[in-house]
Design a binder for this molecule. Structure first.
Ligand SMILES: CC/C=C\C/C=C\C/C=C\C/C=C\C/C=C\C/C=C\CCC(=O)SCCNC(=O)CCNC(=O)[C@H](O)C(C)(C)COP(=O)(O)OP(=O)(O)OC[C@H]1O[C@@H](n2cnc3c(N)ncnc32)[C@H](O)[C@@H]1OP(=O)(O)O
Ligand code: UBL
Length: 375
């Protein structure tokens, strides 16, 4: 085992990474809170500032993936479309089969220069997660309850706010609405059968209402739907803990750009269009599993230095006071202070572990989609 591998497996390194993420993240959340008065004075400026602050948090996770674990994603797409990525607003439709599929989305957003302004339609529960959830509140993510009676009012309102976004954005929509499990797949195929729709092998049946309201509310301000299909070599199942331990994964992503004008306006037609899209996605997944490739040529999208520099800067900023504190603690010799500090560190590491748990299907998978009804 080389020095790098040895370092990546050390619990102390993981604790320090967690500390940097939490300390810098909470500081950034506080800065975001301080931008509240700016929203009333100059909304566009407040949004730009919050995009930069959001970048400071999300790019730490990207640095962990791109630079710490060294994961490289193989991108399959049309090279003629590639220059448009990040240079226009887009709705991203991605399969929701992996615990940290969002992180690979973030990694590409970074490469296309829109990480700070990246958006998603996320379940409301995530708004309460410290650091990430609080940051999302300020970067105007669209929160939903996954109860259509409520979402039909609130989701369009949030989407309307994005129309005059001062920066280009990619809005991620997991139409499956929940992470893939064998049970949810079985139930959703029962729904498919009842609706007379063809069965999907690798996806849950997409929920169509969210897609329809998203397209309708963003028509005129979004140029295209980006259809993304993600999978991993050798049936890898990536996890945040794996990335933290420096495990290198081998993702492959197929991106298709579909002009928004080509999507039907009526709800029923739009729903049928989405079901057809998922049938195509299922075919692409099958092709990847059979051949190890997606259709189309491979395009290079190199990782950028930005996340690494950001991470190093925040690390220096929060590790220096920690070092000074530890020195003064040890020299003070007070047993009570040392015990209190140890208890605080233990609490902070539990919080970090809980946050990682939010990405884990085994610990936090909701009951949504476990029954043949809306919930
Ligand atoms: C080039 C670019 C390259 C790279 C860039 C890539 C991407 C990066 C971009 C941005 C990244 C930014 C941030 C990402 C970071 C983090 C995000 C991470 C995670 C958060 C993810 C989530 O939280 S996912 C969960 C929340 N999101 C959603 O749910 C969205 C999808 N859902 C919907 O759209 C729903 O319609 C709804 C939520 C709006 C409402 O849900 P509800 O259930 O109330 O109603 P529905 O009408 O949808 O459902 C009822 C219909 O469904 C049928 N039904 C019943 N049971 C089932 C079942 N088990 N399975 C399927 N269908 C079922 C039912 O019959 C109803 O049918 P109708 O015919 O009557 O409609
Ligand atoms: C440099 C250190 C970087 C450490 C990065 C730590 C980041 C982890 C911190 C907080 C995690 C919060 C974000 C979790 C995003 C969860 C994504 C997700 O997939 O949500 C599930 C949702 O779709 C559907 O939920 P269910 O399947 O119905 O249940």
């Amino acid at each position: 085992m080389g020095l790098g591998e040895c370092l990546k497996s050390q619990v102390l390194c993981h604790v320090l990474i967690g500390y940097v993420f939490l300390a810098s993240g909470l500081l950034i959340n506080l800065l975001q809170l301080c931008t509240l008065p700016v929203w009333w004075l100059n909304k566009s400026l407040a949004r730009r500032i919050n995009c930069r602050l959001g970048y400071c948090i999300s790019s730490q996770a990207v640095a962990l993936l791109d630079w710490w674990s060294g994961t490289e994603c193989t991108l399959y797409t049309d090279p003629k479309m590639y220059p448009l990525f990040g240079n226009e607003n887009g709705i991203v439709v991605l399969n929701h089969s992996f615990e940290i599929d969002f992180l690979f989305g973030w990694s590409f957003c970074e490469r296309f220069g829109v990480l700070g302004s990246s958006k998603a339609v996320v379940k409301k529960e995530l708004a309460y997660v410290p650091v990430i959830g609080w940051m999302w509140y300020f970067t105007e993510l669209v929160f939903c309850t996954r109860k259509w009676e409520e979402d039909r009012i609130t989701v369009p309102q949030s989407l309307q706010k994005l129309r005059d976004s001062p920066e280009n954005f990619l809005l991620l929509l997991y139409c499956e609405g929940t992470r893939f499990t064998a049970q949810k797949h079985r139930i959703s195929m029962e729904v498919a059968e009842k609706k007379g729709l063809p069965k999907l092998k690798h996806h849950l049946l997409p929920r169509t209402k969210g897609f329809w309201v998203t397209v309708q509310n963003l028509r005129g301000s979004v140029a295209a739907v980006y259809d993304l299909t993600l999978n991993f070599r050798n049936n890898e199942t990536p996890s945040l803990l794996g990335v933290l331990r420096g495990k290198k994964y081998h993702p492959a992503l197929y991106v298709r750009r579909i002009p928004l004008e080509s999507i039907p306006e009526g709800e029923a037609e739009c729903a049928a269009w989405l079901h057809k899209l998922y049938q195509e996605k299922d075919g692409f997944q099958e092709q990847y599993i059979q051949t190890g490739r997606y259709p189309g040529p491979v395009v290079s999208a190199p990782r950028r230095l930005g996340p690494l520099i950001n991470w190093l800067c925040w690390s220096a900023l929060v590790l220096f006071p920690l070092g000074a504190f530890l020195v003064s603690l040890l020299s003070s010799g007070s047993t009570l202070t040392i015990l209190a500090s140890l208890a605080f560190c233990y609490g902070a590491s539990l919080l970090f572990r809980w946050m990682i748990g939010q990405t884990e299907i085994s610990s936090t998978s909701s009951g949504y989609g476990n029954k043949v009804n809306n919930s």
